[in-house]
Write a protein that binds this ligand. Structure first.
Ligand code: ARG
Length: 255
């Protein structure tokens, strides 16, 4: 577990180095496109989720504030989480914003903006479950549900191995599987975990958080201008309190 946290922290360091680099890059402006296309996976409250037909949440609102600052229109597309990075690399989407954790591995494929939020990997179990710690989960014979391609998936693949895992395309499908007794636990980020536990009776979150992570926006390595623009916008939104206000709106405890 310590190793994982160290890995994540160094990923954050590398991200800020990438940033310092980008700041020295060229400043060619892309006038042609007035629209920013954001890829997300909208089953991840309170960062992104559907309110009727509309995708709302912390990421949606911060992205809108960034687009406003840049004088651009925002379009949000809902895709599989594990297709976001490839789509951003291919230029299909301008950026990915999905409560996405900065990791060393992902940094090989895309650039990340400055961090705008912190995530903690948590373990959801049924109330009264014999699993009371991460060690129970790892050492026991239990089946773990995760969302495909997430850091929860990556850690569990390492720690418990494929044979004791079920991967789902959406976080809420993993939670449904837990409710139905198909898996014994779900490893997922803490805020979605809290939302799922609040929405479904009989679930609980283990006290011991699993790993602490930084969330950031991913952008193609071929688009350093956009990285700079997004970071400049994030910086202003950070300083004028907009980001804190958006987060506080969705996570009142952090107000
Ligand atoms: N923070 C985790 C990761 O980056 C999970 C993110 C899942 N996000 C989503 N919108 N479904 O791997």
């Amino acid at each position: 577990m310590k190793k994982i946290i160290a890995k994540i922290v160094s990923a954050a360091l590398i991200a800020s180095m990438a940033l310092a680099f980008a700041a020295c890059g060229s400043s060619k402006k892309e006038e042609e496109s007035k629209k920013l296309v954001m890829a997300t996976n909208a089953y991840f409250p309170p960062y992104e989720y559907y309110d009727g037909e509309t995708i709302v949440g912390i990421d949606a609102e911060i992205a809108q504030a960034i687009a406003d600052k840049l004088g651009m229109e925002l379009e949000i597309v809902d895709v599989e989480f594990d297709s976001i990075i490839a789509g951003v690399q291919a230029g299909k989407y301008d950026f990915g914003m999905a409560g996405m954790t900065v990791t060393e591995d992902r940094l090989k494929s895309v650039n990340f903006s400055t961090t705008y939020a912190t995530g903690i990997q948590s373990v959801i179990v049924k109330e009264g479950s014999p699993i009371t710690s991460v060690d129970d989960l790892i050492d026991g014979d239990y089946i773990v549900g995760v969302q495909q391609g997430t850091t929860g998936d990556i850690y569990m693949t390492d720690e418990v191995g494929e044979d004791r895992m079920d991967r789902y395309s959406k976080g809420n499908d993993a939670v449904l599987a837990l409710m139905q007794g198909k898996v014994d636990a779900v490893v997922i980020d803490n805020q979605p975990a809290l939302s799922y536990v609040a929405a479904n009776e009989g679930l609980t979150i283990l006290e011991t958080p699993y790993a602490i992570e930084d969330y950031a926006i991913c952008i193609s390595k071929d688009n350093e201008d956009l990285l700079k623009d997004i970071n400049a916008a994030l910086d202003e939104l950070q300083k004028d309190g907009t980001i804190d206000a958006i987060i506080a709106k969705y996570i009142p405890a952090e107000a």
